[in-house]
Design a protein around this ligand. Structure first.
Ligand SMILES: *Cc1c(COP(=O)(O)O)cnc(C)c1O
Length: 360
C-alpha cells in the first residue's frame, strides 16, 4: 500500500516519518508494555512526553517564559468563546478583523459575550485582499484585537502582523502555525487547532501571555478557564493524551527538518511554484491579490466549472486527494502544509498541466 498525496485542509496530511514512528511505538511504548493511548496522564512516562512536547514547541516557535503553553480540547472553534470569556475582563468590547469565514465564526461567537467592533472587513473586495491597517477603525476601549492570519477556506493570508499598540493581539493561527518564523512577543494570545500543521484534530494549542491569565468572567466554565488549565499543566481533566503525543512527534520532526526557518524556505518554494504555474496557465485562476496569497491553502478555479468533477476524478486516480474546494467557495483547493512534501506539489502541477492541455 502506498501513501497518496492528501491535499485536505484538515484533518490534513501528517509527516510519514511521524506516522511510522507512531506505528512502531503503538503497541509497546519504549518497553512499557503499553500504548501511549493506554497510559495514565499522571504517569511519569506520559508527563515526560507532554513536557517534551511543550519544550520542543517553545524552542521551535521561540516562546519565552512570559507565556504559558496550553494543550486544550474542543478544537479552535471552542476558543471562539473561550477567548472573550477570559480576556474581556471588565471591558465590554473587543475588536475583530473580518477577512473570511473563520473570522466571521469568531465574530459571531464573541458577539454572544461582547460588543464586537469590526475594525475592518475584506467583504467589500470579496475577501481577496486585506484592508490596509491605516484605515482600520479600532475601538476606544477594546479588551483585545482578534484576527485570522490565514483564512484557510479563502486562501487569504496577512503578510504583516497588525500593530495593536497596548491592546493584546489575539491570532487564530490554526492553519499557519509553525509554517515560518514568528515573533511571539507581539501577541497576547495565539491559538491553533492541531489538525492543520500540528497533529490530530480535537487538540488546540494556546499560547497566552501570563499577565492575561486570571481575568476570566465568573460564569466561565472551569474547563475553559485559562488560569485553571495553566495551573494544572493542561491536566485539570484528562487531556487528549494521544493527540498531545503525536503533536510532540511532529515537533521533533520539525526540529529535525531544521525548524521553522527551514520550513519557511520549503513552504515559500512550494507555494510560489504552484501560484506561478496557476498564473502562467490560462486554464487556471486564483483571485487573491498576490501579496496576500496563502502559503498553506491554495484555492484555484478551472476555466469551466463543468470540468470540476472530471478534474477531481483524474486527480484521485493519481493519488492526488481531497482537492475539492470548500462548499462555500467551489472550485479546487490544495492545502500544502508543512507535511506536504515538495514532490506532492510537483505531482499536482504535472497533473494540472496535463489536464489543461487535454482540454485545449
Ligand atoms: C480549521 C480552522 C478552525 C476550526 O478548527 P476546529 O478544530 O475544527 O474547531 C478555526 N480557524 C481556522 C483558521 C481554521 O483553519
Amino acid at each position: 500500500m502506498s501513501r497518496a498525496y492528501n491535499f485536505c485542509a484538515g484533518p490534513a496530511t501528517l509527516p510519514e516519518a511521524v506516522l511510522r514512528q507512531a506505528q512502531e511505538e503503538m503497541l509497546d511504548w519504549r518497553g512499557t508494555g503499553m500504548s501511549v493511548m493506554e497510559m495514565s496522564h499522571r504517569s511519569d512516562d506520559f508527563v515526560a512526553i507532554a513536557e517534551a512536547a511543550e519544550q520542543d514547541l517553545r524552542q521551535l516557535a521561540g516562546i519565552s517564559d512570559d507565556y504559558a503553553v496550553l494543550f486544550m480540547q474542543g478544537g479552535a472553534s471552542s476558543q471562539f468563546s473561550t477567548i472573550p470569556l477570559n480576556l474581556l475582563g471588565d471591558k465590554g468590547s473587543a475588536d475583530y478583523v473580518n477577512t473570511g469565514i473563520w473570522s466571521k465564526k469568531a465574530i459571531a461567537e464573541a458577539s454572544r459575550y461582547a460588543d464586537v467592533n469590526v475594525v475592518a472587513s475584506a467583504e467589500a473586495n470579496g475577501f481577496t485582499s486585506i484592508p490596509d491597517q491605516a484605515v482600520w477603525q479600532t475601538g476606544a476601549d477594546a479588551a483585545y484585537l482578534h484576527y485570522t492570519p490565514n483564512e484557510t477556506i479563502g486562501g487569504l493570508e496577512f503578510d504583516f502582523v497588525p500593530d495593536s499598540g497596548d491592546v493584546p493581539l489575539v491570532a487564530d493561527m490554526s492553519s499557519t502555525m509553525l509554517s515560518r518564523p514568528l515573533d511571539v512577543s507581539k501577541f497576547g494570545l495565539i491559538y491553533a487547532g492541531a489538525q492543520k500543521n500540528i497533529g490530530p484534530s480535537g487538540l488546540v494549542v494556546v499560547i497566552i501571555r501570563k499577565d492575561l491569565l486570571g481575568k476570566a468572567r465568573r460564569e466561565t466554565p472551569t474547563m475553559m478557564n485559562y488560569q485553571v488549565i495553566a495551573d494544572n499543566g493542561s491536566m485539570y481533566n484528562t487531556p487528549a493524551t494521544y493527540s498531545w503525543y503525536l503533536a510532540g512527534l511532529v515537533f521533533k520532526w520539525l526540529k529535525a527538518q531544521g525548524g521553522v526557518e527551514a520550513m519557511a524556505k520549503i513552504n515559500d518554494r512550494k507555494a510560489r511554484k504552484l501560484y506561478d504555474f496557476i498564473d502562467g496557465n490560462d486554464f487556471y485562476a486564483n483571485p487573491i491579490e498576490p501579496r496576500f496569497r496563502s502559503w498553506m491553502n491554495v484555492p484555484f478555479t478551472l476555466a469551466e466549472d463543468a470540468l470540476n468533477s472530471e478534474f477531481l476524478k483524474g486527480a484521485d486516480a493519481r493519488g492526488l486527494l481531497n482537492l475539492k474546494g470548500h462548499r462555500s467557495v467551489g472550485g479546487m483547493r490544495a492545502s500544502i502544509y508543512n507535511a506536504m512534501p515538495e514532490a506532492g506539489v510537483d505531482a499536482l502541477i504535472d497533473y494540472m498541466a496535463e489536464f489543461a492541455e487535454e482540454q485545449a
